[in-house]
Design a protein around this ligand. Structure first.
Ligand code: FE
Length: 357
């Protein structure tokens, strides 16, 4: 794909299950084959930064290229599943070549933090540019893009005034009309963890019981699969991240059928999750790594997140694509995303006990 980035994922995952290289977030864009590299060990020398990434968007290559062009610092990239990357960093210990861990979801960054792999970064630039709720209170990780999990509905069946909050989805009037992804999905776990933070475990449990009673079918599929099912009329509403809908902008048979509601605008705001990164404790290229983190907050990198993956930037003033703008402006829930990790175990337990398969 390009000559700037060394990739090591194939070597890393040799012998591991094929599920190791997941397409966690690119449901409609199949992974492209990754170039093999000849190197046996990740090189450790000046002028480089070694990034372990659990983001699986092919477009991210442009992000790394942009950093190299701007700074001359070469990027070595290892891609894998988040938990496996965390395990790898732990088992490599002091000898780990990794300088940076990048991943999606606040819950996963929290897991990495709990595993003790991060080191704090005291960067005036990052503290100034990244809102406080989108970085770790101890500066162990920083968010670089946001994703909003919203209500999407079939415009032929639902009026935008019919519902306004996540809580409304538990109203019996939606019986047999809600399509939902499974409770094993981290996006749903983080949404529930956010509700626990806002309303407590008991209220959250009651909400889930009502929600589950309204499911049109057992939880299944992906965000995009459920968007397509709503467009096809298999249900009236679903919950999905906005960037997945943006992928259908050239497919009017789906895009034109789906409306977006940003929930809870009159109270705590819409649930947002993040993509983020942190400096690793055993990094040897600390300065290059911090330069990379600061690059992620630069106007060009922020525009990249907004334009290439239709996510929301975290730095104010970054332009959005028209299709993303068309969803409308919204107020986001400013709970610190660290809460999604802290409440994850409780969320999983409540979902299980309340019947969300
Ligand atoms: Fe995703």
């Amino acid at each position: 794909m390009n000559n700037q980035i060394n990739r090591f994922s194939r070597r890393f995952f040799l012998g591991a299950s094929t599920a190791a290289i997941v397409v966690a977030c690119s449901q409609t864009q199949p992974e492209q084959p990754q170039s093999e590299t000849k190197t046996e060990e990740t090189p450790k020398q000046a002028g480089q930064v070694n990034i372990y990434s659990a983001r699986h968007y092919n477009t991210d290559d442009q992000l790394y290229d942009g950093f190299t062009k701007k700074t001359g610092i070469k990027v070595n990239l290892i891609e894998g599943k988040d938990d496996e990357l965390i395990e790898r960093i732990k088992s490599e210990g002091a000898n780990s070549p990794a300088d940076i861990l990048m991943t999606v979801d606040g819950g996963r960054l929290w897991r990495a933090e709990q595993a003790g792999v991060f080191a704090p970064v005291n960067s005036e630039l990052l503290n100034e540019k990244i809102p406080a709720n989108l970085r770790d209170p101890n500066n162990l990780w920083f968010a670089f893009s946001k994703r909003a999990r919203v209500i999407m509905y079939n415009k032929d069946k639902v009026k935008p005034t019919d519902l306004a909050t996540y809580e409304d989805l538990a109203d019996p009037k939606w019986k047999g009309k809600i399509l939902m992804r499974s409770s094993s999905n981290i996006y749903n776990q983080s949404l529930v963890a956010g509700m626990i933070e806002a309303k407590g475990e008991e209220a959250t449990s009651e909400w889930i019981k009502g929600l589950v009673a309204n499911f049109a079918r057992p939880p299944q599929s992906t965000d995009t699969g459920n968007i397509e099912a709503v467009a096809a009329g298999l249900g009236d509403v679903t919950l999905a991240n906005t960037y997945y809908l943006a992928r259908y902008e050239d497919k009017p048979e789906i895009f034109a059928k789906i409306g977006v509601i940003f929930p809870n605008q009159e109270n705590r705001g819409t649930h947002v999750n993040i993509s983020g990164a942190g400096l690793l404790k055993n990094a040897s290229d600390r300065e290059n790594a911090i330069a990379f983190l600061e690059y992620l907050a630069s106007p060009e990198a922020q525009e990249f997140f907004a334009v290439k993956n239709n996510e929301y930037p975290v730095v104010q003033g970054t332009p959005l694509r028209e299709v993303v703008k068309s969803f409308g402006e919204f107020k986001d829930d400013t709970t610190n995303v660290a809460a999604y990790g802290k409440n994850n175990a409780a969320a999983v337990k409540i979902m299980d006990r309340s019947g969300w398969k």
